[in-house]
Write a protein that binds this ligand. Structure first.
Ligand code: CTP
Ligand code: MG
Length: 433
């Protein structure tokens, strides 16, 4: 076991609430999401940061022993995943875990956690265990930004709902400008001395740590949060978290990853190599439908009425299918058959929007952004060039990345040259999100 250096950052995970709104009959952190608890899942990213950090776990008094078991198991899982991903023998971050009892309010729990932070620590993150599925990369970005700016740093997402002011009598007033609003998440990061001083001088209860630090006169900066960092508050939130984990498990199965070696949605993604990017390739072939078929040709995300259609369980769009395979191959997430079974009712007659939206989401969940995609089509018909730009725009919009498509005939050679079907080859570049 390698020696872990003394960390200069700490993550306080507050898990001492009772979870009244969830109403699960147990403290929220100890409620199960799958085979593991809310707490276990929240510890996985906190133990997976790029640089090891001290982990202070604040739990209800009397549950310290249970918390220790959870932390030990989570640390072992992270170490196993790191080793399986080729990182050599991973250090056991359990030696960086401290467990303390919380207080009557969240603020009292954070204060208890702060008292257990080691002297060498200069940057402190405070995180709600209830935001269990927050990816490790958010923790890394918050730590980096605190170190870079010295300011308090909070992740958040733009507010999508229309927000209005309303008075106590229920009378609705002005609409608030959404551009000025941020739905705030955790982990929130601080210079240790700033957070210590703000807590030492606190005279009121605040809803989050950034508010306390701002009240003490310190600057607070925002950075992009993550959709998976939502807080499990109500039974509906719990269901959402369970669904997300179910999807992650399916993807792990599709990859053939042995579950014991993978951390759901975290270290399971394969290495990005020295460049932080990977490429993939995919091909697809479909035969033309028989003469007189009533099917419509779908190619490169567009309908081509009047052109000879392709056979297939789905729309037979070889360009889209080749793109899906190129993206999945780049991310080592299996292939189109694993993600879209032919028995999947969503696939029957499905078009590019279904295929590419789901593929994009699966990649995003695994921590990948799409760099670009390039496709070549081999076909005698239709004549592709008049609609090339339209196709590129349609596919690009679905993937949120540039897509180029070119077409060629094959000089009368092979099955495409004989006009028996259409083939497409795609390459994709993906980068660590
Ligand atoms: N928390 C804490 N100590 C408290 C209260 C809350 O450590 N005395 C933690 C919770 O465990 C949670 C986070 O603060 O991770 C956010 O709080 P919240 O979502 O409100 O959780 P609960 O207080 O447990 O839930 P409820 O308010 O529904 O009782
Ligand atoms: Mg609460």
């Amino acid at each position: 076991m390698s020696i872990t250096p003394v960390p200069d950052a700490a993550i306080i995970v507050v898990a001492a609430g009772s979870g009244l709104r969830l109403g699960a009959g147990a403290p929220k952190a100890f409620v199960g999401l799958d085979a593991h608890t809310v707490l276990w899942h929240s510890l996985i990213p906190a133990l997976s940061t790029r640089r090891a950090a001290q982990l202070v776990l604040v739990v209800p008094a009397g549950l310290e022993g249970d918390a220790r078991t959870e932390a030990m198991d989570a640390a072992a899982t992270v170490a196993a995943a790191a080793t399986a991903a080729g990182g050599g023998e991973a250090s056991d971050r359990f030696e960086l875990v401290r467990i303390v009892a919380g207080g009557a309010t969240r603020q009292a729990s954070v204060a208890a956690g702060l008292r257990a932070v080691w002297p060498d620590v200069r940057t402190v993150l405070v995180h709600d265990a209830a935001r269990s599925l927050t990816p490790a990369e958010v923790f890394d970005r918050v730590i980096d930004e605190v170190e870079r700016t010295g300011a308090a740093v909070i992740p958040g997402l733009p507010v999508v709902d229309t927000v209005k002011r309303v008075d106590a009598a229920g009378s609705v007033g002005a609409t608030v400008d959404r551009d000025e609003l941020l739905a705030v998440q955790t982990p929130q990061g601080f210079r240790r001395d700033v957070l210590d001083a703000a807590y030492a001088g606190a005279t009121a209860e605040f809803t989050d740590d950034a508010a306390l630090v701002a009240a003490a006169g310190h600057p607070v900066r925002a950075l992009d949060g993550h959709a998976h960092a939502f807080k499990i508050t109500t039974p509906a939130d719990l269901e959402r978290a369970k669904t997300l984990l179910g999807e992650r498990a399916q993807q792990a199965d599709a990859r053939g990853t042995r579950r014991a070696e993978s951390v759901p949605g975290q270290a399971a993604a394969p290495g990005a190599g020295a460049l932080g990017m990977r490429v993939g390739i995919g091909t697809d072939v479909h035969a033309y439908a028989a003469e007189g078929s009533t099917r419509t040709l779908w190619l490169a995300g567009l309908p081509w009425p009047g052109e000879r259609a392709l056979e297939g369980h789905s729309d037979g769009d070889v360009v889209t299918h080749a793109i899906v395979d190129a993206l999945l191959s780049a991310a080592d997430l299996g292939d189109i058959g694993g993600l879209f079974g032919t028995d999947d009712p969503a696939v029957e007659g499905a078009h590019a929007d279904v295929f590419l939206t789901r593929t994009r989401r699966v990649l995003a969940d695994a921590g990948w952004a799409i760099g670009n995609v390039s496709v070549q089509v081999q076909a005698r018909a239709p004549r592709f060039s008049p609609r090339r730009l339209e196709a590129q725009a349609a596919l690009g919009a679905l993937l949120g990345a540039p897509v180029t498509v070119a077409a060629t005939t094959t000089d009368g050679l092979g099955f495409t040259g004989r006009g028996e079907g259409i083939a497409a080859t795609a390459t994709a570049l993906i980068v660590r999100a």
